[in-house]
Every structure is written in structure tokens, then in C-alpha cells.
Design a protein around this ligand. Sequence first.
Ligand code: ADP
Ligand code: MG
Length: 575
Amino acid sequence: MIKLFRLLKPYVWLVIFIVLLMFGQAMAELYLPTLMSDVVNNGMMKGDSTYILKYGAYMLIVALGSSACSILGSFISSITAVGFGRDLRNKVFTRVESYSLHEFDKIGTASLITRTTNDITQIQTVLIMMFRFLIYAPIMCIGGIIMALSKDKVLTIIFAIVLPMLLATIGILAGTVVPKFKALQKKLDKVNLVLRENLIGIRVIRAFNRLNVEKERFLDANKDLTDTSIKINKIMAAMQPIMIVFMNVTSIAIIWFAGLRINENKMQIGDMMAFLQYAMQIMFSLIMVSIMYVMVPRAQASAVRINEVLDMLPEINDPIHAKKADQRKGYIEFRNVTFSYPGAEQPAISNISFSASPGETTAIIGGTGSGKSTLISLVPRFYDIDSGNILVDGVDVRELTQKELRAKIGFVPQSAVLFSGSAADNIRYGKDDATEEEIRHAAEVAQAGEFIANMKDGYESEISQGGTNVSGGQKQRLSIARALIRRPEIYIFDDSFSALDFKTDAKLRAALKKEIQDSTVIIVAQRVSTVMDADRIIVLDDGQIVGTGSHRELLKTCEVYHEIVSSQLSEEEIA
Ligand code: ADP
Ligand code: MG
């Protein structure tokens, strides 16, 4: 947590101001009972009304000063803590944006969301408390004891008995609560995880009639969270009455023994009243400390989780001396590339070598799980490879900045992802300053023009979050248009035609051919008809290249390709 507090730097003056205010409040509150005992001893007992009025006015001023410090202190504490929370959220968000896919896999999306919201709120809350109590409580406790001693030394013996008992009780209660607080945050993660999965998978859940099972799963997670919260709250609830009993017993003891001493003329009534108030102040400050003692570990657990996010360095970084790749345009070369996913036993792809140049279309075909998506995700450097080289425009992708590298690529992922906003917005995502004309053209080429025109507001029609109000094929065409509008050197289509009917598929490829003549194109596909007329077809099997060549060549030489073809086309079509 200390580490996180470095972020408080911009607020240093505010924090100093808070400390001063809290110091002022504590001093004023410690002074008040003494003033009061003076009023009682020297004013009331002697019937001196000018003395009472004069010191009464003093008391009023001190009390007002203390309230002012308290209000201003709370106000500035809140401002500071909320600003700190905002900074921290920004920082976490920025870090998460720089993650490569690997880091996302590690922490998990649900947990990342809890960490950016709930965990930061925890820290924010505790920060306010720390500002309020960290200075105030110790001053009140130690100052109270000193002041009480100055009023009557003998009575202070009561503290020697009560305070250790109070501390022991607090210690036992806090000891049981703190571990539970730590568990609480994990359980909240779990609830978030189940909720997220349910919201995303609602169609599947309904279609497979898993509603009850999922409900059960959520109830379990929710109950777990609730049970722990209730346990914690029970303990916390017990705390209050116990403290009140402590205070009242102490008050009675003070009045009892002070009464005896007043009878013997060893103490004045005013001092007894002041003594009572000091006792309350001391005990209150101990309770505040105990609350802090409970809350801080909870925030500490949150701080650890946030630090995990901040400390996780993205595996993929820009090189310090980035090279420029402006010699050749759109040239890709794989040299003996092997890559395995973190934690996987076998490489997902191994010993891949091929090259592709502008004006060429390279198709990759192979069964599911053969490593097609993996292979093409290495070009934009979503992952770093184990061995070999991937060159783009003659430069190793690790020697380029990610920004420069990715600006060269128009990537259409296997599952089309759209963002909330209009259809035009979604296409413009590929190029911020795209004109109306360009958007229309890209949509026409992607065969999306017609269906967009048929939507209610044409290009301004809203696409809902995740693109749920368009069909799979429409989503694919929009995400193709989004890549087209960039006019990149390299196009990568990962199974992007799979949800299109044969006719649209053919029309789209014909339109694409004209459009992207000068670019390098990599097409991943399942359908033979999609890849047939590519300049080069790479056949992948189990992460290895088992054949490279044109359709005709591969039919003769590659067993795997022949199998794929004969499973899709009739004998005449093959011949
Ligand atoms: P294809 O696109 O050809 O269907 P993929 O490239 O998606 O195949 O997957 C190839 C292999 O890599 C599969 O065996 C799959 O289990 C594994 N794989 C894919 N993505 C990941 C990932 N994020 N983490 C670990 N393994 C993965
Ligand atoms: Mg795939």
C-alpha cells in the first residue's frame, strides 16, 4: 500500500494541510475539558459569573475552531482521496492497455474489472480514514493520558486496568475479522466472473436450457460472498456494545473513586468532570485505531491486487532503438518460426517458413486447431515467438515499434468484434479521418453497402454493444470494411468469409481482388473454393506446414490437401 501512496505526490500540500487541521482539532478538543474544569472550579463553585461568562466564551471559540478544523479536514480528505482514486484508476487502465494477450490470460478479465473498480474504492475509503485518524487518534490518546495525569494522578490507575482489557478485546475481534476481509475480495471476483460469463453467454445458456444450472452457480457464489460478509458484520456489530459497556463501566469507576477523593478534599468537582471527558477521548481514539486496524488490512489486500496489475510488465515491448521499415512495402517473411503458448507442452506451430510479397495472395488452410489463427496472430506481434524470425518489410517485427508495425496491417479477426456506435463509426475505427466517400467505398467493397443501406438509419444506424443487432455475416463484412479503409500494406483475413454464403463470398473476393492489388494478402479459410485461386496455398497440419503451392500442384503432391478438397468438392470439380 505504501507503494501506491507514492501516487499521492501531487497532493502533498493538501495532505500537509489536512495534517495541520487534524492537529488543530485534536489540540482544541484536548483543551476544552480543562477550560470546563476551570469554569466549574473557579466560576461555579465560587459564584463568579463574570468568570463563567469569560471562560464560557473561550470554550465557545475553541469548540467552533475544533468544528471548523474537523469540517474542513473531512472536506479536503475526501477531495484528496477521490483524486487519488481517479489517478490510480487511470494508471491501472493505462497499464492494462499496454498488456499483451498473454497478461490478459494471466489475471483474467473479471478480476481486472474488480481490481479497477471495487479494489480502488476500498483504498480510497481507507485513505479518507487514514487522513482523519492517523494523526488525530494518537494525539488524542497520548494527549488525553497526559492531561488526565495532570488532573489527578491517582485516578489514572483506573486506565492501567481498563485500557489493557480494552486493547485485548479489540485485538481478539480484529484478529478474527482481518482474514475474513481478505477472503471477501476473492469471493467478489468469483461473483463477477460468473455474472460476466452469464451475460456474455446468455444465448447459449438459454439454448441449452442451462438457466437453472447457471442460476445455481450464481447463487452459490453469491451466497458465499454474503455469508462471509454477514460473519464479518456480526463481529463488527458485537464490537459496538462491547465498547459501550467498557466506556460506561469506566465512567462509573471514575465517578465512584473521584467521589471518594472529593469527599477527602483531594480533588475538585471540575477536575472530575474533565477527567471523565479525557477518559472518553482516550477510549474513542482507541476505537478509531481499532477500526483502522481492521480496515487497513482489507485495503492492503486490495493494494496487493492492484500492484499485481501495475507490476506486471507487458511481455511485448517496443525496442529501445526501433528500426524503420520503409524500404520495402508489404513484404512478409517467416524464417523457421516456432511458437508455443505460455504453459503449453507442445508448440502451437513449429518450423514455419514462407514469404509473401505485394500483389500476392497467400492462403492458409488446415483443420481446426491446426494453428492457422496462431500463425497469423504472430504477424501483428500479439505474441512473441520462441525461435526463428518474422520479418515485415525486411525488418524483424521485434525491432519495430508496435505502432508502426500494426499501422501496416489490416487485420480481420476470426470472431468479428464491433463496438457500440454507428455503422459508419465502426468502419471509421480503421481510419480516424476517413471521409464519407471512403467509408461508403470500403463498405461497398466489403459487400456491406447493401445491408447498411437497408438498415433504419443507413450508415448512422446504431450497432449495439458487441454487435448483437447484426448477423454473423454482417459483422464479418463490417469488420472487413474496417480493415479495408486503412489501405494497409498487408491484409490478414482470419476465416473472415466463413459466415458468408457462397455467392457473397465470391462477389466479395472479386471486389477485393481489384481493391487490394498492390497489397500483400493472407487469407485463412476452411473452404477450398475460397483459397483455390490464391497464388500460394499453405497447408497446415498440427502446427506444421505439410504442403505449399498452387491448387493444382497441391492436389498432386499433398495428401492432406487432397483430403480436404475431396471432402468438399465433387470429382468433376476437382478435375
Ligand atoms: P486454428 O485457427 O487453426 O483453428 P488455433 O491457431 O486457434 O487453430 O489453435 C492452435 C492450437 O493452439 C490449438 O491446439 C489451441 O488449443 C491452442 N491455442 C489457441 N489459442 C490459445 C491460447 N490463447 N492459449 C493457449 N493455447 C491456445
Ligand atoms: Mg482459427
